[in-house]
Design a protein around this ligand. Structure first.
Ligand SMILES: Nc1ncnc2c1ncn2[C@@H]1O[C@H](COP(=O)(O)OP(=O)(O)O)[C@@H](O)[C@H]1O
Ligand SMILES: [Mg+2]
Length: 245
């Protein structure tokens, strides 16, 4: 069984009269690095939210980690990492980076709901992996957009997810930071965790087999393996709606 199995799904937002995702099928296995591209409004974010049980699947079937997403959305969300698009903490958010990363452990805390040694260790490991030790004790809301994105990546790594989804996670980061973090993601893939990454900038992609999925108008219009160097050209060609990816 694949880690993600979507079969002929349609999804609609509450109050939306038309489906955003239409008759979409996608299976993702362990160890796959999936890059998702496509024009604005193609449904990329909605696809990730369908996998995570955040939007209603009106038709078709969706299982993630062997669980029916419609019935077990809460459990699915504890097992899937999700770095959301355009998220900013308010300047007065009363948490340090370390505390935000610890929140990634909350779905795993034991009976007493208190972090144990393993939780503190996972938090320190995630912070070190992402390279934000110097930010650990800073208030999250005082950081730049790029630093907050790194903290949210660490939060999701600390979660030790079975699938990692990232929605344009590098939009506020320079090339060096993107390249470094792509290396971190490559390590996750090497340990078997599949990655689904929605992106607009394709520089710094790791030199591993990449599965490129392009969406247009709520459907997948391209789905093939390629190398990092081929991604940009294929995306340009495959963006059919407004040509802007
Ligand atoms: N919360 C929402 N309620 C209703 N419609 C939405 C909502 N979020 C997105 N949409 C619509 O769904 C479509 C796909 O959006 P989205 O998945 O965000 O695309 P992308 O991430 O590819 O830019 C768009 O037409 C958008 O207007
Ligand atoms: Mg989006």
């Amino acid at each position: 069984m694949s880690v993600i199995d979507l079969l002929g799904i349609y999804t609609a937002y509450e109050g939306g009269d038309k489906p955003v995702i239409k008759d979409l099928s996608l299976s993702v296995d362990r160890g796959e690095y999936v890059v998702i591209g496509g024009p604005n409004s193609a449904g990329k974010t909605t696809l990730l939210e369908s996998i995570n049980g955040l939007v209603k699947i009106t038709h078709g079937s969706a299982t993630v980690c062997g669980l029916d997403v419609a019935r077990f959305a809460d459990t699915v969300r504890t097992r899937v990492g999700y770095v959301i698009q355009n998220f900013y903490f308010d300047p007065f958010t009363p948490f340090t980076v370390e505390q935000v990363v610890m929140m990634g452990r909350f779905g795993r805390l034991g009976l007493m709901n208190r972090p144990a040694r393993a939780d503190y260790d996972a938090v320190q490991r995630a912070i070190a992996l992402v390279g934000i030790e110097d930010l650990a004790h800073k208030s999250i809301g005082t950081l730049s957009g790029g630093q907050q994105q790194k903290a949210m990546i660490a939060h999701n790594i600390a979660k030790e997810p079975e699938v990692m989804m990232l929605d344009e996670p590098f939009s506020n980061l320079d090339f060096h930071a993107r390249e470094y973090l792509q290396g971190v993601l490559k390590e996750l893939v090497r340990t078997g965790i599949p990655i689904l990454m929605v992106a607009h900038a394709f520089d710094g992609l790791p030199d591993i087999r990449i599965r490129l999925v392009v969406m247009n108008g709520g459907k997948i219009t391209y789905d093939r393996d390629c190398t990092a160097g081929e991604v940009d050209g294929i995306i340009r060609k495959e963006c059919k709606v407004n040509g802007k990816c």
